[in-house]
Ligand binder design. Sequence first.
Ligand code: DP6
Length: 339
Amino acid sequence: MKKISVIAPSNIAFIKFWGRRDDKLCLPMNSSISMSLNNCFTITTIERSKKYTEDIVEIRSYKEEKYKKLVVSDIKDQNIFDQIERIRKLSGIKEKVYIRSQNSFPANSGIASSASGFSALTSALLLVYKQEHLFNNKKELSKLVRLCGSGSAARSVYGGIVELKTGRTHDESYAVQLYNSEYWDLVDIVCIIDSSSKKVSSSKGHLKSHSSEFEKARQVGLRNRLKQIKQAIKNKELERLGELIEADALSMHAVMMTQTPSLLYWEPGTISVMKQVIDLRGKDILGYFTIDAGANVHVITDSKNLEKLLPYLKKNEYVKDMIVNRPGKDVYITSEHLF
Ligand code: DP6
């Protein structure tokens, strides 16, 4: 019997990907750059033992009391059971596992729950099935995490600022850390507008990105934007970084909105926060919005602007809750077990 627990950070993409080059291998359409989040994370505990006759996976999210047991036949959860099988095969060990996983934030709402979840799951599985060398090799770990069905999850093996490289093959697409968590005191204020599950998953949405007439234009624009954002991060220029983050989020949502069927993830509260941060910049309070496949808005800022922004965002009638994040750490082992 062996029990292990790990904590993995979620992340927010500054340069996002939408669409996949290969759906089975989960190869993203373009390279992406993200910041790992210290207060949005998943803790996962896995026990491997002869006493288990089947794999059991139980998940609990933000403020929920009870764990929900995942069912093998549920197509949405199939990726998780496939990952258990994939790593068990690598090890040659036959024993089954009992898994409990808990998020520090609402799932499926544009806070990349699958990112921290899949990174924590893959890491803990590798450790419990004696594949420490793969856990310690973050390049290999990120590739394995990607196979779980989420490109953004591959970025969640590192802390700080991370790039996920696109590629044509499984070996070419992996994450690299650009800067560690100490590099820059950036902040992501997650403004929770709606904590219910999103209606169309990213996985489904990616499949239709080609139907947007803007997809090609986005890919052309991205070549420069990737270079420019790396320069802004290198020079620690918040204003330049913010401009590029907003431009990229709007470009991705333009593709989402114009694909068939159209995907409009925004709610009135989403636009309210977007406009609020634009207005606040007129008062020299610097915050920049970005939005994933959900209604919630991430406001990217730094320590200096954080205290000035918070009272305004708190007053926004649409903002139900806020999570303040600094750059998070690499996925790590913890002695805190969930059972
Ligand atoms: C909009 O296929 O990684 O967040 O499982 O929902 O995280 P999730 O989807 P995934 O696509 C990510 C899409 C995105 C942009 C990004 O994070 O790059």
